[in-house]
Design a protein around this ligand. Structure first.
Ligand SMILES: [Zn+2]
Ligand SMILES: [Zn+2]
Ligand SMILES: [Zn+2]
Ligand SMILES: [Zn+2]
Length: 389
């Protein structure tokens, strides 16, 4: 019996082995099953948090599990309620990961002030931009360092109020503010940030080597720095940064017909030719166009006495109006709606007064054409004026 059993087992084993070798695919009764896939925990995409931590909870049956657990990190805050003049506002700080509101901060109520300075000839201040527009903050007198206040105001533009004597030749009396001296290199540099002058051997020399466009650019820039209305416009634009022009660099504006001046603006400008004629005379009676006797050694730096260079301003005597160097030293720009040029709608550059070297005895009405108006020459300079309203 035992032998038969052994044989039977051996036969069965052989048969099974044969069956598996010969027919592996028909295992309808196959006892070997594939393993089930391992369990992967599932988590929520949204955040759960407490006071200190945030995390994502498991959504499978293992609800005690957490992922991405960490401490809150605070963002930079966002204004969630704007303050106004009477009521406070609020800044809310949140966690950058889970969005939990971590804290809020009050913005105290108060008026809103401009960050730009407002100014007049003596003071500067910040004005309110809320509805309480009459309020001012930080009002103080200008405090000059190298001729310039922190508000941008430029000191040292020494303007004299001049009322000219009427005369048959030059018509009725006029009143305007005129700079007592020619524009100095110190002031020019404080405004423009550079000094193009070719004579720099002494203090208080007039600025020279400037073009007509440099000068009106300077006038508008100074007006803005001192809180006044700019006078000149290029193609209707008074903002010099939009003129497409770099002073002293030779990238010229070649069409002077697009330059205009606002005759009612209260900012800085150069005197017109007509005004120069009126302020140059030594007295009402002797102010005669073309008079040659206007020159005198005591009043004028010309090529009779200049040694071919400019001299510090106000080192000769002033004329009867208290103005220095109206003849000689540098020629002075007058942009003018001149009666001498045909197009009255456009401004035209002329230079008044002769210079340190182009003639020995300049006379009261002496002038020269400013063209080509975009050139800068050693002999060119200027002084500023303002309307007297
Ligand atoms: Zn699970
Ligand atoms: Zn968080
Ligand atoms: Zn207010
Ligand atoms: Zn100031």
């Amino acid at each position: 019996m035992k032998t038969i059993k052994i044989l039977t087992a051996a036969a069965l084993t052989a048969m099974l082995a044969f069956a598996f070798m010969g027919c592996s695919s028909d295992g309808g009764d196959d006892p070997v099953l594939p393993l089930p896939p391992p369990h992967v925990h599932a988590y929520s995409d949204s955040w759960t948090y407490d006071e200190n931590q945030h995390w994502q909870e498991a959504t499978c049956e293992h609800t005690e599990l957490k992922r991405a657990e960490g401490a809150h990190t605070e963002d930079n805050g966002e204004i969630t309620s704007h303050k106004n003049c009477e009521s406070s506002g609020e800044i809310t700080y949140k966690c950058t990961v889970c969005g939990k509101i971590l804290r809020t901060e009050e913005i105290p109520a108060g008026h809103v002030f401009s960050s730009e300075w407002s100014k007049n000839e003596t003071h500067h201040w910040h004005k309110a931009t809320c509805e309480h527009s009459d309020l001012v903050k930080d009002k103080a007198e200008h405090n000059f360092v190298n001729g310039k206040c922190e508000c941008g105001y430029i000191d040292g533009i020494d303007l004299l109020r001049v009322t000219t004597t009427s005369s048959a030749d030059f018509g009725p009396s006029i009143t305007l503010f005129v700079q007592r001296t020619e524009m100095t290199q110190e002031i020019y540099t404080a405004v423009m940030g550079e000094n193009p002058s070719t004579f720099t051997y002494a203090a208080n020399l007039p600025v020279n080597n400037v073009s007509s466009i440099d000068i009106i650019y300077f006038c508008n820039k100074l007006s803005c720095m001192n809180g006044l209305e700019p006078v000149y416009a290029v193609d209707g634009e008074t903002d010099v940064t939009k003129w497409g022009y770099t002073p002293h660099k030779g990238d010229y504006l070649r069409n002077h017909n697009i330059i205009t001046a606002d005759e009612n603006a209260n900012g800085y400008r150069v005197p017109t030719y007509d005004e120069f004629n009126k302020i140059t005379g030594y007295s009402g009676d002797s102010l005669v166009k073309g008079v040659k006797e206007a020159w005198s050694e005591a009043h004028v730096w010309s090529n009779a006495n200049s040694d071919s260079k400019t001299h510090p301003v106000a080192t000769k005597e002033a004329n009867e109006y208290g103005l220095y160097d109206l003849l000689g030293n540098v020629k002075e720009l007058c942009w003018t709606t001149s009666r001498d040029v045909s197009n009255k709608n456009s401004y035209y550059p002329m230079y008044h007064g002769a210079s340190y070297e182009d003639t020995s005895k300049p006379y009261a009405g002496i002038r020269s054409n400013g063209s080509p108006y975009y050139k800068h020459y050693d002999m060119y300079g200027f002084r500023v004026a303002r309307n007297c309203n």
